[in-house]
Structures are given as structure tokens and as C-alpha cells.
Write a protein that binds this ligand. Structure first.
Ligand SMILES: N[C@@H](CCC[C@H](N)C(=O)O)C(=O)O
Length: 272
């Protein structure tokens, strides 16, 4: 394999995990083919991850990234991968933690570190509706939709543990009413005033332990439902690690703060 020996960073954003390559001076080559992305992301036979990220130079920002889901499909934005990119950029000395910018396929995002945690600024959420054009299922109170760089359905349920996520998530993910399909986020109020979320993720085609764009979309839909009107919304992810969405000033998008952690550094050998 031509990429044998290539260094990678295994990173985690609240349980959403990724294989990162520093592609600023070494092009990805075959690493960005769907076949190799799928093999690297495979749990058990590969490295195991929800997606692959290439850190790149950018004429428009401090650094750039390109994101691929574990099935090899590209996505215009991944919130947790962008939080991880912020961490890696500072770790590599490519960014000043007090403030820098990250170019994504959904646009350039401002980033900074607050209390040692990365925070990124989203563009205003698009296509927000409190009543998505899909039929509610059993024990589903309401369904909204928003595009936070990528499309998301948001389904309120009374009990987050009782959600038939694999079956119902897949059904909604491919609902014919949604042009590009969508990620599906189930959300339920917690006893502590936070909201608990589980996600069936497009391009992973299964549950992931956290979804950053999903948390931003969920906060926007909760606001549209009148269920979250404070300056900040805390979303407890399936890993138990919180994501915090802070409302933007008038005309500006929200900010997302969360985890961006380097778990280990490795070198590719045989990815079969
Ligand atoms: N988990 C990611 C979302 C990544 C993109 C998504 N799978 C899609 O294809 O829409 C996040 O943290 O936002």
C-alpha cells in the first residue's frame, strides 16, 4: 500500500471519532478513495472511526479541512471534526488558540479556545422548520428540520432510551420527502434541564456517540418549538459528554463548544 507508514491522528469529539491526516504538505493520494476510507474506518479490521479528515492549507483561512463519512461519502460539514481540527491546528503550531479560522466545504468558520475547549462559529442555520414534512411515529411528539451545514431531522421523544434508533432512524434518514436524505436526531428532556440526544448519522448509516451539526440543528429546532429560549443550550450526547450551543448575536449563527481530543498518533501499516 503506497500510504504505508503514513502518520495519522486518532481524534475524538465527544465520542464521534475520526482518523486525521495532516495533508498540508503531503497530498492524500489514495487515502481519499472510498475504498480506503471504508477500510480505515472499519471497526475491528481497520483503525475504526466515524470519518476521515484531511487537514489542509487554505488561502481563505488559517487552516482548512475536508471531511469524509465512514462510508466514503464527503460531507460539507462535520461539527465534531471541526472542533477536532481546531485542536490539531493548535497542537501543530498552525493556529493561535485565542482566535483563528477554519475553511470547510460549508464556508469559513471562526474558532477559538475557551477554558481549554474548542469553540467554532456556525453560519445561521438554514431551512429551519418546526414541523418537518415527515410523518411522526409512535411515541414521537414532534419532528423539526434544519440545515446546519448538513441536513438534520430532529425528533422529540419522551424516553431517549426507548428509541428504536436503528430501524426508525434509518426509515427517517431515507424519507422520500427529504431531497438529500438527512441525519436523524432523537431528543428528550432530561431531569437536569439539559436535553439528551441520540443520532442516526448519514454516511455512517448507524448511531454515532455524538453529532456536532446535529446538536446545532437540535438547538435551533428546540428554539423554533419554544422549548429552549435561553442564551445557551446544553445537549448531552450519547457518550454523556456535553455539547454547548450558544446563540449568536442578531443575524449571526450559533457557536458550538465541545471536545476535541487527540487519542493517539499512529502510522498506517496494513489496512485490509
Ligand atoms: N457527526 C458529524 C456530522 C458529519 C456529517 C454527516 N454524517 C452528514 O453526512 O451529514 C457532526 O459532528 O456534525
Amino acid at each position: 500500500m503506497a500510504e504505508r507508514g503514513r502518520e495519522f491522528y486518532k481524534m475524538c469529539g465527544s465520542g464521534n471519532d475520526f482518523v486525521f491526516f495532516d495533508a498540508r504538505d503531503q497530498a492524500p493520494g489514495a487515502l481519499e478513495t472510498p475504498e480506503l476510507i471504508q477500510r480505515m474506518c472499519a471497526r475491528g479490521t481497520g483503525i475504526g472511526a466515524d470519518g476521515v479528515v484531511f487537514l489542509e492549507r487554505s488561502a481563505a483561512a488559517t487552516v482548512g479541512l475536508r471531511y469524509f463519512n465512514s462510508d466514503g461519502s464527503p460531507a460539507s460539514l462535520c461539527g465534531n471534526a471541526t472542533l477536532c481540527t481546531a485542536r490539531l491546528a493548535v497542537e501543530l503550531g498552525a493556529a493561535d488558540p485565542s482566535g483563528f479560522t477554519i475553511a470547510t466545504d460549508a464556508g469559513v468558520m471562526a474558532a477559538r479556545f475557551r477554558d481549554a475547549r474548542p469553540e467554532i462559529d456556525f453560519a445561521p442555520v438554514q431551512e429551519l422548520t418546526a414541523d418537518a414534512p415527515v410523518r411522526s411515529g409512535a411515541a414521537e411528539r414532534r419532528i423539526g428540520y434544519a440545515r446546519a451545514g448538513v441536513p438534520h431531522l430532529v425528533v422529540e421523544v419522551p424516553d431517549i432510551e426507548a428509541v428504536p434508533l436503528a430501524s426508525r432512524g434509518r426509515e427517517l434518514r431515507f424519507d422520500a420527502a427529504l431531497r438529500d436524505g438527512a441525519n436523524v436526531n432523537f431528543v428528550a428532556p432530561g431531569p437536569d434541564g439539559a436535553w439528551y440526544m441520540r443520532t442516526y448519522e448519514r454516511g455512517v448509516e448507524g448511531e454515532t456517540l455524538a453529532c456536532g451539526t446535529g446538536a446545532v440543528a437540535t438547538a435551533a429546532v428546540l428554539g423554533a418549538w419554544g422549548a429552549a429560549d435561553g442564551p445557551a443550550t446544553t445537549i448531552v450526547t450519547r457518550s454523556g459528554r456535553p455539547l454547548v450551543i450558544t446563540r449568536g448575536a442578531a443575524g449571526r449563527g450559533p457557536s458550538l463548544a465541545g471536545e476535541g481530543r487527540i487519542v493517539f498518533v499512529g502510522r498506517l501499516r496494513e489496512v485490509e
